[in-house]
Design a protein around this ligand. Structure first.
Ligand SMILES: Cc1cc2nc3c(=O)[nH]c(=O)nc-3n(C[C@H](O)[C@H](O)[C@H](O)COP(=O)(O)OP(=O)(O)OC[C@H]3O[C@@H](n4cnc5c(N)ncnc54)[C@H](O)[C@@H]3O)c2cc1C
Length: 305
């Protein structure tokens, strides 16, 4: 059974979940970003200038930022994290990697720690074979001047590179493959060659780079102490900070965890029930959820009310 979205990547799952909820209650985009919080007055001010009064605020914004905003820099500074660079390559030809989905790279001849053969997840993750695209550069990074658009098929790789205060990444913008890219993009292409993911003569038809400031929450000796002070302090002010960076726990920071952090948080706001995922990672990570069943029909019928 194929359980990955045919189109739209992982984000398509959450867009479908959002469709189950009343549209009029949803707002996205930069103009709706929260720019400040008035903790005493319980007011969130949006980029648009709109002021939203709340009784209970469930916030997925990074806890370190919330704490800085609210004058608790000393707690914020004890939370560690890494940033993530996502680098994508589109390549002409048939994927040579069979059924491989994602691979880890502890070697020091490439900057990435993980690669995903993204085209393998769904055909629509790549343009159709009859799409005509020029070659940006070859697998060895050499430019291809005056390349004419040609048909596929195409396959793709997605690299993940971590950056932190103890691990620098080449962010220097430079000329590469007919465009201006951070140096890490060229280094990923070289790393793909070094690790035999691509060959020298491969034709690269597409490049992508995005840096996420908040990539991974890093567990540290100080973390539990900081969270144990910060989350109840915020909750007393009507702010439930939850999610991968909302509650900053790497061990319950994947998508499945983040969903349940939200579900259990909403139940806690409404009914005072316990938040198992937040407080007991060892329990939720060790067993299947067979007691509390959140099935789609229940969810839908609730959402439609
Ligand atoms: C490189 C990488 C690889 C990953 N791989 C996997 C994987 O293989 N499997 C898996 O399950 N998970 C994976 N994850 C984790 C997954 O992305 C997270 O579990 C999930 O996105 C967390 O959901 P969340 O809602 O807590 O946080 P986010 O998805 O980060 O959502 C937080 C939301 O808060 C919004 N926000 C922040 N500040 C404000 C503000 N001031 N005002 C308004 N809105 C704001 C943001 O716009 C965002 O929409 C990966 C993450 C990374 C970075």
């Amino acid at each position: 059974m194929n359980t990955f979205p045919l189109e739209g990547g992982t984000g398509a799952i959450w867009k479908k979940v959002a469709k189950l909820l009343p549209e009029r209650k949803q707002k996205y985009g930069p103009e709706n970003a929260v720019m400040s919080l008035d903790k005493e007055g319980k007011i969130a001010t949006l980029q648009s200038g709109q002021r939203v009064k709340y009784d209970a605020l469930i916030s997925t914004m990074p806890l370190d930022l919330t704490l800085q905003w609210l004058g608790k820099k000393e707690w914020a500074d004890t939370l560690s994290r890494s940033s993530s660079h996502i680098v994508g390559l589109g390549i002409r030809g048939q994927c040579p990697h069979g059924l491989k989905c994602w691979l880890y790279f502890p070697e020091d001849d490439c900057p990435f720690y993980r690669t995903t053969v993204f085209s393998h997840y769904a055909p629509k993750n790549c343009p159709s074979a009859d799409t005509k695209l020029p070659t940006l550069c070859l697998g060895d990074g050499k430019a291809v001047p005056d390349s004419q658009p040609e048909e596929g098929p195409f396959w793709s790789l997605m690299f993940e590179v971590s950056e932190s205060r103890v691990k620098a990444v080449n962010n220097e913008v430079e000329d590469f493959a007919g465009g201006r890219w951070a140096g890490i993009v060229r280094e990923c292409v070289q790393g793909a060659l070094n690790t035999h993911l691509i060959a020298e003569e491969d034709q690269i038809v597409s490049l992508y780079h995005r840096r996420l400031e908040h990539g991974y929450p890093t567990p540290s000796l100080e973390r539990d102490g900081a969270i144990a002070q910060a989350l109840p302090w915020l909750r007393d002010a009507g702010i439930w900070s939850r999610g991968r960076f909302g509650s900053y726990k790497y061990e319950v920071g994947n998508q499945d965890h983040s969903l349940m952090l939200g579900v259990e948080c909403a139940d806690n706001v409404l009914f005072g029930s316990k938040e198992l995922t937040l407080h007991h990672p060892n329990i939720v990570n060790a067993k299947k959820n067979t007691e509390i069943l959140y099935s789609t029909p229940t969810f839908m019928s609730r959402a439609n009310k």
